[in-house]
Write a protein that binds this ligand. Sequence first.
Ligand code: GN1
Ligand code: MG
Length: 362
Amino acid sequence: MKSIEIAKQFKVKNIAKVKALRSGLINDTFLVYTKDFSEPQYVLQRINNHVFTDVARLQNNINKVSKHLRKKLAEQGEQDIDHKVVTLVRTQEGKTYYTDGETYWRMMLYIPHAEEPEMTPELCRKAGVAIGRFEKMLADHPTKLKPTIPHFHDIKLRVNQMMEAMVDAIVNNRDIMDMGNLMEDLFLCYHQYKPFFDEFKQMPLRVCHFDTKISNMLFDEQGEVICLIDLDTVMSGYITSDYGDFLRTAANFTHENDRAYKRVGFNMEVFKAFTDGYLTEMKDILTPAEKKLLPYGVLLFPLMQSIRFLADFLNGNVYYHVDYPKQNLVRAKNQFALLVSVHQHIDEIRNYIYSIVGYEED
Ligand code: GN1
Ligand code: MG
């Protein structure tokens, strides 16, 4: 079925056209225009049901979270709430997603926003405030949210998957010559920090976003954050996921697809600004375990992402979209270079966080 025909399955009138947008690594996204306006009015997404195998649960989570956020925004006296939080549009049958039995789709109101502004420390401070607020608004969410991807940020599982992928690559005779010592290096790093990762389960489960990159934030013309989008992975987990994954993307001197690994590095100025913003909101509600482990969240994400990209390369690129066959290997090496840089700064990172949250090591 064509995307315009899919769009008509939702409660929307006067559809004029549907335009494909440059999509993320997982889902495909389209803008829906109606006859009455020149700006798009809706966003249509094809949900990757190989990644999100339980679409009903996924949509149920998004529905619950956006309802809770709407309630909070209303209490804060916010106007035009429809355009400050992800708002699902129902199908003609009143469901939160449409399926033709093979593909899965959802529709949301389009939120007008500015082009992504230039990344500056000030912008990252605002992003920190936004993520902190998001978590704080959801801190009293009445129920635990079931995982949309079970064990999504479980490093032990990711390490095992990488090793299984290695076996798969050898058995299937894939070309893996260019990977050098990457797998051993990742393994050594994992073991060095494992004692801290093992303590993560001492942190409370909170509703988190789980994909806090800057492109999942919408900004207005004044450079203020409107809201967080892409709620696919919203579920209960540890705050280190939101804190660490933002820094993985925003505090890299370059982007994750850059093959010039020399350009990769951890930007301490961005780290400090983001941390200031995030902790302004969260400082008072953090538990001692969260305070202690936050620095290791910074390290965990380049490590885990490098492992995930490498595993996908070894598996023959079955998970992430790639533009060329070795792209996942490039990404894995890029993230490893970032990991090395974070490792070099870890004392400074820890001291900075501990001085703000008032945590003292024993
Ligand atoms: C995927 O598709 P996108 O960009 O929203 C992935 C994230 C990774 C990211 C790496 C469900 O997110 O976990 O950090 O790629 N999402 C899923 O760029 O696996
Ligand atoms: Mg995502």
